[in-house]
Design a protein around this ligand. Sequence first.
Ligand SMILES: Nc1ncnc2c1ncn2[C@@H]1O[C@H](COP(=O)(O)OP(=O)(O)OP(=O)(O)O)[C@@H](O)[C@H]1O
Length: 728
Amino acid sequence: MLDSIILEQEKAYLKQTIDFLKQEIHKGLEGVDKQKATLLGIRKEMWEEGMHAIDEFDQAIDMSQYVNMEAIETSQYKHQLEKVMNYQKMLPAPYFGRFDFKEDGESEEKVYIGYHNAMNDDTYEVLVYDWRTPIAGLFYNHEVGPASYVAPCGEIEGEMLLKRQYEVEKGKLKFFFDSSIAITDDMLKQTLGQNTSRQMRNIVETIQKEQNRIIRDEENDVLIVQGAAGSGKTSIALHRIAFLLYNQREKGLTNKDVMILSPNSLFGDYIAEVLPELGEQNVECATLEDLFEAYFGNYLRMGKKHSQLEAIISSKNRDRIRASIAFKGSEAFMTMLERYIEWIEKEGIIFKDVYYREEKIMGAKELKTQFLDNQINMSIIKRLKRIEKILLERIKPLEKAYYKELVDKLENDSKFAHDEQEEARRLVQEEYDCFMSTITRFTRVNVLKVYERLMRKQKLFNQFAEGIVLPEGIEGMMKHTAKCLEQKQVAYEDGAVLLYLKLRLEGESLYASIKQVLIDEAQDYYPIHYKIFKMIFRNGQYTILGDYCQAIEKPIQASIYDGIMEILKPRKGLQIDLLKSYRSTYEICEFAGKLRGSTQQVIPFERHGEAPRLIEASSEQALISDMKQTLACYFEEGYKHIAILCKTRKEAHYLQEIFKDEENKNGKLIISPIFEAKGLEYDAVMVYQSNKDHYCNNFDKQLLYIAATRALHRLSFYYTGEVSSYLI
Ligand SMILES: Nc1ncnc2c1ncn2[C@@H]1O[C@H](COP(=O)(O)OP(=O)(O)OP(=O)(O)O)[C@@H](O)[C@H]1O
């Protein structure tokens, strides 16, 4: 009886909300049309009043009024349009949750939570609260009982009397339940049980308490999140952006002030839908390679991260490559680079007396004094540019005199039968070019050459290496690097060094306006990268998300985050660990736990499925045939995104050829090396050739961990010979 009354009440509220939304959409669309007409009118008038031909001061003042009016109207128009669009999006399911909250000393309030606010502008009644409002935080943070939240006016205390979740589809209430009496989170289980899609989905309706804390944190300038595979790090990053864009809009934060540093360019595509789904515009997603390009343009290209990983996995020299990468990214090497930069400043630039024709313009000593006079902390390159400018200023009168002298001379030369002035200009230019080529020998710095010099000159290198433990085979590494740099071949790890040197020598920040930086797959970066980020995003707050167990080219160490705070030096910083994993079934998660090279226990979400399978085959042919059979079964079971993961790109090409006809109209088959699947997920994963020879050391184990944790529902390993000992 009581239940049916509640059901009727809920149905009535849903109808009331939908009616309200429809009415507002209708009104809004009319308003938008009118505003559009007004705006077009203003723009037309502006044009007719001669905006295109302002030459009087008064006219400019008149015009500025039009410009202001136009800006106000445009902003109102955009706002109105946005509201209509949000309401349209809300129509099929205006909210997904509710709680009843009784603030101390006030009456009880029903708070419905949805993707956006729905407020009656006449009565100020809020029918639905945006999930990002302060009060909505209660929904994610509290069960029934005493509860409080921080509103702009301070902490509000009270009691949560009821907490309810809804499934509304196409405007119809399908079901709802009170979560205070639910033992397991049914809604989350249902969501996680679905198939994955090509693109990442939002998790607004089921954000967990520990995730919510990170999404809503506004206190810390640097927030480091260490989380197991599938703990929701990437999802959190995107929801955090949506939260910050909503809550800091008034402080002026826009999508242009936010940057995601992603592991590869495909990743940007994978997450592209989430922010628009949440009603926000996408933010820029860049890789380290993109940052490099922004600074070096077309002059230089750096190698891709994937090529680096491929080299490590496939090369016989993998230990040497690993050692070189680790060293070039280390604090120790940066100390050396700093010593080198100091040396360049003090001794490395050889100034020479400068002459214009015969006349001395500036002596070497004066040049050096000018250069070292650095009261406003200018970068080396800027100071050199300043010197270049001074020198050019000084030769200007001499050039003029020279030009005059030449014209006179040519005019008096009866044998000269051409245009004297043109000839004089040519000769002055010639002299100028000669002057420039002399001074630019010390006023211009080529970063590539600077780095190459360090790698080529052993004595110089040793001078800066004092007290630093160098890796074995350093001479070979230097020679190899110098040779590559000479040929303008920049490996991924050398790209970072060049970027570091460029930023330090030039001191230019192209991204100083970025206020929020989100770094995903943080375990892939070295101290040098964080120093680079600090220089590039000098005004940014950072959210750094990673899992040290998903490193590929370096050993598993929980300490990888230690240096980050030191480098970024936040006023306030925090590291949070996420131990619960949501992506995979309980069985897959447990299985993957064995591969996770850490003592940190991961807590699987209680969603059960088939245990991962190890399938032995007598030959390669049999193995492929087994895989084909399983693939067909997986498609049959309704899985839509299936991946075959292998160790190298070469294997991936081989498998792509073999499986080229296996594409299924019911789903998609993706074949890739494990390192390319990082950060992504599939309904089912099959791992090719997971025998002992293929996966034999700790780094291989890390690859297997990444592979296993990509699977949501099904996981199987195929091998011939003996299975890798890590899997049993
Ligand atoms: N609160 C949640 N509600 C619903 N789904 C969730 C929740 N948290 C995580 N998920 C789901 O779990 C999966 C893993 O999330 P995500 O990719 O963000 O994790 P991750 O920590 O970045 O993983 P990895 O380190 O493996 O890249 C996704 O399918 C995501 O939708």
